[in-house]
Design a protein around this ligand. Structure first.
Ligand SMILES: [Ca+2]
Length: 543
């Protein structure tokens, strides 16, 4: 009896079960004892494992997808029918967050359950970054592995590979995902505007010819090395700022590389490859519980969707890439259904940060935007701690268990570690996942369930930019008195801001009226709370 077990008849018991497990875990001393009581309570014969104790879990993370970028969240310039179906049959969160407004820190927090600002070096990782996550940490994939799941990550990594010296591109790329609890990985090692354009499968660059070694670095490898500056007229997509080093597939990137030609991919094929590898993993594990982190590169720059998606919208490659992402979601759901697992699989859709238009390439995202509001009604986007930077699409779907609803509870990608530990009836080690809250009941839409009561938001980190969300109130803190990408519908820019601002999101969801002068006591209390959260090293209760 494995992941394919049909849940019919016991759906209603599941939510009760989650509560029972959670309350029992507080009282019982061991996981074994917990399972014994759960089995006894539900009168399941001991020779049969509790079939619903280990639902498959698929976390689908989009890249740079804004709150307003799906038709189920109000986009009306194009359609995202596959994700809309999940939203209609699951829970669409209106207060769903990622923990940072750039890629690497959100991914760090997703996998470690700890705010990225607590660890130096968790900002956007460069091409030759060593592994950002300490392999000794207890991570989200460790949670799932410990529960007996097959675990895999497919897609964008961008959390560094290798020891202190960085990735050994021609040798073993470790530590990496396999040292963090994933059984297997199939990766874009960095992010696709950075070099190199090769797949990493487990510990190796795939299809690397030893006679053509891969070199990655910060400097031109030779005087005649073509770059986005020297060979600009040959580019199929021009750069707008940065992104003008080594050219591959007619696109110049951040960083330089040579060699590894047999291993290089085409940007247009990434989405198909993520789907192919994910479907393989799902089908190979249909008889046992699995955890899949589907880490899409859509809709990060360079936005180069497959030819069949180019031009499907009137908004250019940015929206075409959203449609491509929606297709990927549909293909994954199809594989889950074909494997007979749709009643036994929790699917989470989220994003790693809010939207940005011109992020380094002239793909006309801004010029073709029309009336589309990528951050929905909110101010700010990627790189910003305004709501648009971290409030993003967040959907949970589990047929038969999650009742269709729209939820206003505050949930965050950082909470998946604690929540999935609870889902799999586990107690986290005391010193692990320091800011991850157990909000599994809210994620499953249990009546009366509460999400978080506060959340810290950050930008890329290490520059003292934070926001603290508490109920209707939100405090912004800018140690450098600068905010970035406040107006998504313009070119990227920095603006001067006061060191602190206070907004009432209920009355002012667009964060346009700083009321710090009117509410000094609230501001002081929140400043202190934020400072205490930063200084204390954790927010998850240690008991
Ligand atoms: Ca991102």
């Amino acid at each position: 009896m494995g992941g394919g077990f049909v849940l019919s008849g016991i759906h209603a018991s599941y939510l009760v079960y989650v509560d029972e497990v959670q309350s029992m875990m507080k009282k019982l001393f061991s996981f074994t004892l917990t399972l014994f009581f759960v089995q006894s309570a539900l009168a399941i014969p001991k020779e049969q494992p509790a079939p619903f104790a280990k639902p498959n879990v698929i976390v689908i993370m989009a890249d740079d997808l804004g709150f307003g970028d799906l038709s189920c969240y109000g986009a009306d310039s194009f359609e995202t029918p596959e994700i809309d179906k999940l939203a209609a049959g699951g829970i669409r969160f209106t207060n769903g967050y990622c923990s940072a407004s750039t890629c690497t820190p959100t991914r760090y927090s997703l996998l470690t359950g700890t705010y990225a600002f607590r660890t130096p070096g968790t900002g956007i990782a460069p091409p030759n970054s060593p592994a950002v996550i300490d392999p000794d940490l207890f991570t989200l994939p460790d949670v799932m592995k410990k529960a007996g799941y097959a675990t895999a990550v497919v897609g964008k990594w961008h959390l560094g590979l290798g020891g202190d010296a960085g990735p050994d591109w021609n040798g073993e790329l470790k530590p990496g995902p396999l040292e963090l609890g994933f059984d297997s990985c199939f990766l874009l090692p960095t992010t696709n505007d950075r070099v190199p354009q090769v797949y990493v499968q487990n510990h190796r660059v795939l299809n690397l010819d030893p006679k053509d070694p891969l070199w990655v670095g910060k400097m031109k490898p030779s005087e005649d090395h073509p770059t986005g500056i020297t060979h600009r007229s040959t580019l199929k997509m021009d750069w707008s700022h940065g992104h003008n080093s080594t050219i591959h597939n007619g696109i110049s990137r951040i960083g330089f590389y040579t060699g590894g030609h047999a291993a290089r991919f085409r940007d247009e094929d990434l989405a198909d490859k993520w789907v192919e590898k994910s479907v393989e993993f799902i089908k190979a594990n249909k008889s046992n519980p699995f955890f899949l982190f589907f880490s899409s590169h859509d809709i990060h720059v360079p936005r180069i969707p497959h030819e069949r998606f180019q031009g499907v919208t009137d908004l250019g490659f940015r929206a075409d890439s959203i449609v491509q992402f929606d297709w990927c979601v549909g293909e994954i759901i199809k594989a889950v259904k074909e494997s007979g697992l749709i009643n036994n699989t929790l699917i989470v859709i989220c994003s790693d940060n809010g939207p940005v238009m011109d992020d380094g390439y002239k793909d006309f995202a801004l010029e073709k935007l029309g009336d589309h509001r990528a951050a929905g009604p909110y101010t700010g986007g990627k790189y910003s701690v305004y709501e648009g930077g971290t409030r993003t699409p967040f959907i949970t779907y589990w047929r038969g268990i999650v009742k269709p609803a729209v939820s206003d509870e505050v949930v965050c990608t950082i909470d998946l570690a604690s929540s999935l530990a609870a889902l799999t009836a586990q107690r986290l080690p005391k010193d692990a996942c320091l800011d991850s809250m157990n909000i599994i009941r809210a994620l499953l839409g249990k009546e009366g369930a509460k999400g978080r009561d506060h959340l810290v938001q950050q930008n890329n980190g290490n520059n003292g930019t934070y926001a603290l969300l508490e109920g209707d109130w939100k405090l912004h803190r800018y140690d450098r008195k600068t905010a970035r990408n406040v107006v998504v519908e313009q070119k990227l820019a920095n603006v001067k801001v006061p060191p602190y601002m206070l907004f009432n999101l209920k009355e002012d969801p667009t964060e346009s009226k700083n009321v710090i002068a009117q509410h000094p006591q609230i501001a002081e209390r929140m400043k202190e709370h934020l400072a205490e959260i930063i200084a204390s090293g954790r927010t998850r209760p240690s008991r």
